[in-house]
Design a protein around this ligand. Sequence first.
Ligand SMILES: C[C@@]1(CC(=O)O)c2cc3[nH]c(cc4nc(cc5[nH]c(cc(n2)[C@H]1CCC(=O)O)[C@@](C)(CC(=O)O)[C@@H]5CCC(=O)O)C(CC(=O)O)=C4CCC(=O)O)c(CCC(=O)O)c3CC(=O)O
Ligand SMILES: NC(=O)C1=CN([C@@H]2O[C@H](COP(=O)(O)OP(=O)(O)OC[C@H]3O[C@@H](n4cnc5c(N)ncnc54)[C@H](O)[C@@H]3O)[C@@H](O)[C@H]2O)C=CC1
Length: 191
Amino acid sequence: MNELYPVFLKVAQLNTLIVGAGNVGLEKLSFLLKSSPNAQVTIVAKEISPEIKKIADQSDAIALVEDSYKEKYLNGRHIVIGATDDKDVNKQIHLDAKARNLLVNIADTPALCDFYLGGIVTKGNVKIAISTNGKSPTTAKRLRQLLEEIIPEDINEMVENIHLYRDTLKGDFEYKVEALNKLTKELLVKN
Ligand SMILES: C[C@@]1(CC(=O)O)c2cc3[nH]c(cc4nc(cc5[nH]c(cc(n2)[C@H]1CCC(=O)O)[C@@](C)(CC(=O)O)[C@@H]5CCC(=O)O)C(CC(=O)O)=C4CCC(=O)O)c(CCC(=O)O)c3CC(=O)O
Ligand SMILES: NC(=O)C1=CN([C@@H]2O[C@H](COP(=O)(O)OP(=O)(O)OC[C@H]3O[C@@H](n4cnc5c(N)ncnc54)[C@H](O)[C@@H]3O)[C@@H](O)[C@H]2O)C=CC1
């Protein structure tokens, strides 16, 4: 059973640290920014790849620090992602983060993750997150691609329209639930 509880974080108002700026650091950063272009991220690494430098150049919300990991870099963070290629450093990041009660993800060690980054499908206001409980990231990627294909682009228009209708509803909570359920009933009718 998959016991993970998904949440949708407002990463533009949280402070995220990524340690390690190689292939994996780039992958984590790219997906974070694809979903949340205004995410506030600091990246600390001994060596920062040119691709990451290029991305950082385009955003004021991304800070780069070319240095080896030190505990002080956890100051002021909410979320930490450890993506170095040094297992001992990754373990130390985990220990330091736990000592501060920070949420931590160590990319090469699922057992040291408080949360996983998932596959993400975005259609306007609609967002779907996918996890395989850490068992097969490739499956998460394929599912993301499949859902991107099959979820219609106009789902966002529908959400916007229902939102407008929702704002016109006068009455108590129960009345609103009933009206909205009635309006959307057809959505589940199979063709
Ligand atoms: C636990 C987790 C921790 C975390 O990173 O949060 C984790 C861990 C590991 N990934 C590994 C490998 C790969 N990861 C990907 C891709 C993605 N990985 C992502 C998430 C996660 N990866 C979390 C679990 C998510 C879940 O619950 O399903 C995605 C969904 C989101 C993202 O990266 O933002 C993103 C796809 C995004 C997209 O396309 O939509 C590919 C495929 C590819 O790149 O094409 C491969 C190679 C093939 C393979 O192994 O499947 C390895 C082995 C490293 C090694 O062997 O050296 C480990 C470590 C281990 O498992 O021990
Ligand atoms: N979670 C995931 O999706 C995946 C995880 N991995 C794992 O992630 C790890 C990283 O792999 P890559 O990014 O390909 O390695 P890489 O060699 O491309 O990058 C490593 C980065 O860590 C930095 N680094 C190393 N020691 C450091 C220190 N003490 N302080 C600060 N930065 C330091 C380097 O400067 C570099 O920026 C590997 O252990 C790999 O097995 C690999 C594939 C996918």
